[in-house]
Design a protein around this ligand. Structure first.
Ligand SMILES: Cc1ncc(COP(=O)(O)O)c(C=O)c1O
Length: 356
């Protein structure tokens, strides 16, 4: 772990690429800002945190991450308002989750204050890459991977942590159709489902591709033993409104505990909605739908904030929900979250960190 007063060596480049970027037309995740954070771990400690010009990195062909997959990441966003103020949303939660992931993957933890400070410094330096256009933001990707030059199955003794950022536009792609998965499994008790481990995503690609071939956008994962209890969607937690209650699967070792869901459901509580974190079965959803009580269903995650679900496909039936615009909670929560993240709303929970 690093000592509290570690100083990040900032080497700003004068070589900006920003003029090449058409901010009205940015493909998600393919445009990268001018700088990146880099820090290496060896001899039992993190060394030399620095911010340098964004560039390729070179790796040894035997780098341990390529063979045995010790790799974790985080995802978060910075937002700018029309007055030019920039905020990041609850970054200390990402730092905590990064360290929870690191522990599970037998990787070294990072000082949470340094994690947050690195993000502040990086965003400050690339402040011109954050657009204040509605829906736009700067996506921030912290990650860590094993770098030992050795092919043996054991925890690496060296690691690299990096952070880069990408300007992104509004993500809204319309309501999503999700397929309830009853054969493949994302996560098992005792496994790595709660961690943001790269391999979790690799393992989900094939089942998701099969669902896409059937016309769905994403999977709705169920538990590994009975395929009966709802867990989460590809990169989002899920929330159902049955009658007047908002229900979401309880945080557990098989689910990634999302910061967006936590925030949205806190807003719901603030507004007087009944909120339950508990097990929810596929039968309960079908029954609620048949009785006209399934009033809203949405995914919650950094990328989409709130993604309305229009179709839930089960093996034996499809639930088609009413249009998002007619719901009373999710559209209001989406607008509130956007205003909050841009510092345009009082922030009673002190979620926002102002960067500039
Ligand atoms: C598997 C999974 N579940 C849920 C989420 C939502 O988490 P958050 O709201 O912190 O972005 C994500 C995205 O990070 C994810 O990858």
């Amino acid at each position: 772990m690093l000592v509290k007063d570690t100083i990040i060596d900032i080497q700003a480049t004068s070589n900006t690429r920003i003029k090449e970027v058409d901010f009205n037309n940015i493909p998600f995740g393919r445009v990268f800002s001018d700088h990146m954070f880099v820090m290496d771990y060896k001899d039992g400690a993190w060394h030399d945190p620095q911010i340098v010009e964004f560039s390729n990195i070179s790796m040894h062909p035997a780098a341990s991450v390529i063979h045995y997959g010790q790799s974790i990441f985080e995802g978060m966003k910075a937002f700018k308002n029309p007055s030019g103020e920039i905020f990041v949303f609850r970054p200390e939660m990402n730092a905590q989750r990064f360290n929870d992931s690191a522990k599970r993957m037998c990787m070294p933890e990072v000082n949470a204050e340094l994690f947050v400070e690195a993000i502040h410094e990086l965003v400050k330096l690339d402040r011109n890459w954050v657009s204040d256009a509605p829906g736009s933001s700067l996506y921030i990707r912290p990650y860590m991977f094993a770098t030992d030059e050795y092919i043996g199955v054991k925890p690496s003794e060296t690691y690299r942590m990096m952070i880069f950022t990408c300007p992104v536009n509004a993500y809204y792609t319309g309501a999503v159709k999700v397929k309830v998965e009853t054969h493949y499994t994302r996560s098992v008790p005792g496994g790595t489902g709660f961690a943001k481990a790269a391999g979790n995503y690799a393992a989900s690609l094939f089942p998701a591709k099969l669902a896409q071939e059937e016309g769905y956008h994403q999977l709705l994962w169920t538990d590994s033993q009975e395929h009966k209890w709802i867990e989460e969607s590809g990169t989002m937690n899920v929330v159902f409104r049955i009658g007047d209650t908002l229900i979401s699967p309880k945080p557990s070792e098989t689910i990634l505990d999302g910061i967006t869901r936590d925030s949205v459901l806190q807003l719901a509580k603030d507004w007087g909605y009944k909120v339950e974190y508990r097990k929810i079965s596929t039968d309960e959803i079908k029954e609620a739908y048949e009785n006209g009580l399934l009033r809203e269903a949405f995914g919650a995650g950094t990328a989409a904030t709130i993604a309305p679900i229009e179709v839930i496909g089960f093996d034996d039936m499809q639930c088609k929900l009413t249009p998002f615009e007619s719901w009373d909670f999710a559209p209001k929560a989406l607008a509130e979250m956007d205003a909050l993240k841009r510092g345009l709303q009082p922030d009673p929970h002190n979620w926002n960190h102002q960067v500039i």
